[in-house]
Write a protein that binds this ligand. Structure first.
Ligand code: VG1
Ligand code: CO
Length: 547
């Protein structure tokens, strides 16, 4: 039964990983050999690096979406056939992205496979995804995803075994051929990492004092983690965690924790009887939304505030920060904090894979992206529950409200007004053509008047990794104005249908932060759309989502 079977296959087009793994429609992944080809290509790329599977542990899990369980069974059989010494599988197939990173690091795994399309909806007619994380626990960097892609183009066969499906719902350890298969509870590994960073006793006292919170797990992966940490360990009231049971279609929702898709939570956080604090996480548990009573904290401000308070409010960072990193489109609020702390600030392309080298080299401690991602060097992924624990620690330490803390910060540092406008469902060719035309215009923009100021610089962001020197080009068009305002324009690399244009708008003011954001950023948005000729090229002019 455990005899290795070599199955002939043929290369399938389009298996190129994007910003975060390979994401496609679920039905695409369900086509014959589609998943198998990609998994074998990952194994082939890892083997090419000289890894001996006979000595190696592989971790497998996903966010619980439709096809998760089927895919896990396929992967376990392929891992056995490929000769891994050990395969660890999350119970119920549920492993959040940050927990995967923690488990890989704590258990010394060679890597892990996360089955998730993150914040994209789930279901047979929605999205599925596969992401490979390397030995440091982080998403495979571009050099590795390129190798995987190369393998997908030349694959001729994959290895598997004929074997009954394993029981995913019972913790157990058993042998399949020469491989030890372990079904384990990843919540415990994750909780241990959180306990090593945060003062759980102090957070318990916060809840004992009557502090009220709601956490929306959006029927995605964080439910079991959040229940264990907030309700069981920290004593938050039972019912604090909403939508705690992971569902294959996320209850029909869009597990993207922002003001648009977490509208129910935003409504619960409004009015004078609202809880003190609200938070949510996405499909695979790496993003976070932070809300106060009638108050939304932008991810850029959240990153800046966590960095500013970490040393005093969180024991895991008592020695201070080595540096802060943010993706290029993220607001510069964190830069001001880095400056005041006297630590370096690194600006990377979009995608968490670019932070790994910086953290491995000890150059930065805390990282963040405007797309509701924040994290630190405790693992190598962004971490939704970690961000919530950071905020709870800040609230416990200061005894102030969420909005009070943010307003104080704006008084001291000024405010980086920031919004992202997404235009989804554009035709790929038209969107590419439009962005290419803008790229051609860039050299002629400098000096031209733009949104009540003038263009100081316009370029396409190129990144040279300070650790290994690798270069990533065309990572987003930047238009920087003389008054310090900025627009970034790029196309999404995580979608599964059409193209999504993202406009990132930022304007800095030392005004205590009280201006109306739409009036601050309005002309910047308008002029950028005119410059892009979005309406002429793509036939739309109103964003589908504003965050
Ligand atoms: C988006 C975000 C990016 C994030 C990526 C993965 O990518 O902009 O900041 O790292 O999603 O997050 P893109 O290419 O669509 O802009 V997740 O939580 O979807 O793994
Ligand atoms: Co995610």
């Amino acid at each position: 039964m455990t005899e290795v079977k070599t199955v002939a296959t043929m290369a399938i087009d389009g298996q190129k990983p994007g910003t975060s793994g390979l994401r496609k429609k679920t039905r695409v992944f369900m086509q014959p050999n589609y998943l198998e080809n990609f998994i074998q290509s990952i194994f082939n790329a890892v083997a090419e690096q000289g890894v001996d599977f006979k000595e190696s542990l592989l971790v497998v899990g996903g966010d619980g979406r439709y096809y998760n369980r089927t895919a896990i069974q396929t992967i376990v059989k392929m891992a056995v056939a490929n000769g891994f010494a050990k395969v660890m599988v999350g119970r119920g197939g549920i492993v959040s992205t940050p927990a995967m990173s923690a488990v890989i690091r704590r258990r010394g795994a060679v890597g892990g496979i996360v089955l998730s399309a993150s914040h994209n909806p789930g279901g047979i007619d929605a999205d599925f995804g596969v992401k490979y994380n390397i030995t440091n626990g982080g998403p495979a960097p571009e050099a590795v995803t390129e190798q995987i892609f190369k393998q997908t183009q030349q694959i001729k066969e994959y290895l598997t075994i004929d074997y009954p499906n394993i029981d995913l719902d019972k913790e157990a350890s058993f042998r399949v051929g020469d491989t030890e298969v372990i079904v384990f509870d990843p919540v415990l590994d994750y909780v241990a990492v959180m306990q090593s960073l945060f003062d759980f006793a102090a957070l318990r006292r916060l809840f004992d004092s009557g502090f009220r919170m709601v956490f929306d797990a959006m029927h995605a992966v964080t439910g079991p983690y959040a229940k264990e940490i907030f309700e069981n360990r920290l004593g938050a009231a039972v019912g604090t965690v909403l939508n705690a049971i992971p569902l294959e279609d996320f209850g029909g929702g869009h597990p993207d924790p922002n003001q648009v898709y977490a509208a129910d939570l935003v409504a619960r956080m409004s009015g004078s009887d609202a809880p003190d604090f609200g938070a949510a996480s996405d499909g695979d548990g790496d993003r976070n939304l932070i809300l106060g009573r009638d108050f939304f904290v932008t991810p850029g401000d959240s990153l800046a505030l966590i960095a500013a308070y970490a040393k005093d409010a969180i024991p895991g960072y008592a020695d201070g920060l080595a540096g802060i990193a943010r993706s290029m489109p993220t607001s510069s609020a964190a830069d001001l904090v880095a400056h005041s702390l006297g630590v370096p600030l690194y600006e990377t392309p979009t995608g968490w894979k670019f932070f790994g080298n910086l953290m491995d080299a000890g150059l930065c401690t805390i990282c963040g992206e405007e797309s509701f991602g924040t994290g630190s060097n405790h693992i190598r992924e962004k971490d939704g529950i970690w961000a919530v624990l950071c905020w709870l620690s800040i609230l416990a330490k200061t005894g102030e409200s969420v909005s009070g803390i943010v307003h104080k910060h704006w008084e001291k540092f000024g405010r980086n007004y920031f919004q992202r406008h997404d235009f989804e469902g554009l035709e790929v060719e038209l969107a590419n053509k439009m962005v290419n035309l803008l790229r051609e215009k860039l050299p002629s923009l400098s000096g031209r008047s733009f949104a009540e100021s003038r263009v100081k610089e316009a370029d396409d962001f190129n990144y040279a990794d300070p650790v290994d020197g690798s270069v990533s080009s065309k990572q987003g068009i930047r238009i920087i104005l003389e008054d310090g305002s900025r627009v970034v324009i790029r196309l999404s690399g995580t979608g599964t249908e059409g193209a999504t244009l993202r406009l990132y708008l930022e304007s800095y003011k030392q005004d205590g932060g009280t201006a109306d954001i739409d009036s601050v950023l309005g002309s910047l948005a308008k002029e950028t759309l005119a410059l892009l000729e979005l309406k002429q090229h793509c036939g739309v002019e109103v964003p589908t989502v504003i965050t």
